[in-house]
Design a binder for this molecule. Structure first.
Ligand SMILES: Nc1ncnc2c1ncn2[C@@H]1O[C@H](COP(=O)(O)OP(=O)(O)OP(=O)(O)O)[C@@H](O)[C@H]1O
Length: 308
């Protein structure tokens, strides 16, 4: 059974279509990332799945239940990351966990949970005295207290420095490895690439692609670029090789002949073998593979980063 099924979910805010007929399934046990630029509709979609409000049209099932009609049953089986302002500043971490544990009939002991999240030493600290990364871990601990089957994380790493972000990715992987399905939103492409089992790309409220990162890159990423420094000018025949889409010839700063070869599939190996068979020696080589950023660019004609 899928953890979440959305069918034709549309959300209008007056004239604005924040979600435009979004259909998707979240597989049990995966980390699904919903990515897209600011204002694309990620939070709106997540909030509708969490049952915070009913979409204008379309249907949503979470763990086979209705997010609004079955809100209570789902609150015991799903975890939602709190927003920053949701905890009073006079509460200590341990007190917050104690308080939230009392809301659930079966909460797991919170001390081992803090240990798993690497913040045991912070149990006696006030929440507002924590670093951004520590506070996020507290919010995750609160969302995991009742051992939910499914957890929602909205822009989890936005306020974090790069090191804290990497550490948070490990935390999220561990949540998945413990058997919890994770749905997260992010506008960091590298976060989606390295963390998510599958990624759904939202742009202007529409889900424009959804798959594993390698599959998205294979289908929409465009060519890989191979930069070569050569012992002599690249032969014309290089352009005719299978998979090669473009060859640019030039010179390096030291005057050596160079070739920039673009292509798809196994073109790089064919190109190197061909050069060798022509007696051309490669003295330096680098490749640039397409990324999720290229997928977005190719699908929308815009860079994700332009929207920031
Ligand atoms: N309650 C609301 N009333 C009116 N417009 C809204 C409401 N909530 C969101 N919007 C609008 O809907 C669009 C999608 O917003 P949403 O917050 O879902 O985007 P997002 O992809 O999460 O963006 P970000 O990455 O900036 O958080 C935006 O244009 C936003 O201004």
């Amino acid at each position: 059974m899928s953890a979440v099924v959305c069918k034709d979910v549309t959300q209008q805010f007056g004239n604005l279509t924040a979600l435009d007929s979004v259909s998707l399934e979240v597989h049990t046990g995966e980390i699904l990332g919903i990515i897209g630029p600011n204002g694309a509709g990620k939070t709106t979609l997540l909030n509708r799945i969490e049952g915070l409000a009913k979409p204008t049209s379309g249907s949503i099932e979470v763990l086979g239940l209705d997010p609004i009609a079955d809100a209570h049953a789902l609150s015991l089986r799903t975890g939602v990351q709190l927003q920053q302002a949701a905890l009073p500043p006079w509460l200590k971490v341990g007190e917050a966990l104690e308080l939230f544990s009392s809301f659930y009939p079966h909460a797991q002991p919170w001390r081992p949970l803090l240990e798993r999240l690497g913040i045991t030493a912070k149990a006696g600290s006030y929440v507002d005295k924590l670093s951004g990364g520590e506070r996020q871990r507290v919010f995750i601990a609160l969302a995991l207290l009742h051992e939910p089957e499914l957890v929602f994380l909205d822009e989890l790493t936005t306020a974090l420095d790069p090191q804290a972000r990497l550490a948070m990715w490990d935390v999220v992987r561990k949540i998945r490895d413990n058997g919890t399905t994770v749905v997260l939103t992010t506008h960091y492409m590298e976060e989606a690439e390295s963390l998510c089992d599958r990624v759904g790309i939202i742009d202007h409220g529409r889900l424009i692609a959804m798959d594993t990162v390698p599959a998205l890159i294979f289908a929409h990423g465009g060519p890989t670029t191979l930069q070569l420094e050569l012992s002599q000018k690249a032969p014309e025949s290089l352009s005719g090789l299978e998979g090669v889409t473009e060859v640019e010839r030039g010179h390096s700063a030291t005057g050596a002949p160079t070739a920039t070869v673009r292509g798809t599939g196994a073109f790089a190996q064919s190109a190197l073998e061909h050069l060798s068979s022509c007696g051309v020696t490669v003295s330096a080589m680098s490749t640039t593979a397409p990324s999720l950023e290229d997928v977005f660019l190719n699908l929308t004609g815009r860079s994700m980063r332009e929207d920031h």
